[in-house]
Write a protein that binds this ligand. Structure first.
Ligand SMILES: [Fe+2]
Ligand SMILES: [Fe+2]
Length: 257
């Protein structure tokens, strides 16, 4: 099976390119399932109508991250839509779910898990390592694919290596910068440190350039906006052997408008 994954959707430009291209990309890559991180659809957070747009555009799973509660309207949507995932290692008091199990042709199940990092990201999250270990013990026969939404490249690489051979795919999100280190680890886990961004190319990580520069210069902060300009869509495709649960190849994707 082929799993497509795309980096954080930023603003209207990100929503437009994702909804315009997802179906064609799924067809082109022969994708069985498509995961996209939507935590910046409303720049900081995502509104329910924006999540629905991504599903209508072809996303099978929409993952979130550290900005999950920046738009509190998403709470009900998280409770109602099991394909919309918040990080699984948030407090057990958090609404919604952090993983979903999908049936595969082989009879096995594919578990898509969303996890968040703790280094310079969500300090009060549970350990992503122990959380994933617990989930794997519960669903030991399943095939696992993990969106690890984290700032530190070290935390992402360490998690991928820790579960090498037990997760079919580990892809990082959150930095909005695509890394060129996609590879299959020795045990058979397909890994990329960060998928990149689905959003406006001329921006600072999806935020208006002038606004970001002015923040760094020390001006009074303003509510972040995302420029609705030419967009780029970055991600990766993982070829996964359903029977062995291992990755046989990973390829980086970058599509421009
Ligand atoms: Fe993030
Ligand atoms: Fe993000």
């Amino acid at each position: 099976m082929n799993l497509l994954a795309f980096g954080d959707v930023c603003g209207e430009a990100g929503l437009r390119i994702a909804c315009g291209k997802l179906r064609a990309l799924k067809k082109y890559y022969g994708a069985d399932v498509c995961v996209i991180n939507g935590e910046n659809a409303d720049v900081l957070g995502i509104k329910p109508e924006q999540a629905r747009r991504l599903f209508e555009g072809g996303a099978d799973i929409v993952t979130l991250g550290n900005h999950v509660w920046n738009r509190l309207q998403i709470k009900n949507e998280l409770e109602e839509n099991r394909f919309l995932l918040r990080p699984h290692n948030l407090s057990p008091r958090a609404p919604g779910a952090g993983y979903v199990r999908l049936p595969l042709n082989s009879g096995r199940r594919l578990v898509i898990v969303c996890l968040v990092g703790r280094l310079e990201c969500v300090w009060n999250a549970d350990s992503p390592f122990h959380t994933l270990e617990t989930l794997m013990r519960e669903y030991g026969e399943d095939v696992f694919a993990v969106d690890f939404h984290a700032e530190a490249t070290s935390e992402k690489a360490a998690l991928a290596h820790c579960f090498d051979g037990r997760a079919a795919a580990v892809f990082g999100t959150h930095t909005h910068v695509q890394t060129s280190d996609e590879r299959v680890l020795p045990g058979g886990t397909g890994f990329i440190t960060d998928l990149g961004m689905t959003g406006p190319r001329y921006s600072v990580l999806g935020v208006k350039v002038e606004q970001s520069v002015s923040t760094f210069l020390g001006d009074v902060p303003s509510r972040y906006e995302s420029p609705d300009t030419e967009a780029v869509m970055e991600g990766a495709v993982f070829a996964i052997d359903e029977v062995s649960g291992k990755c046989t190849g990973v390829e980086r994707i970058r599509v421009e408008e």
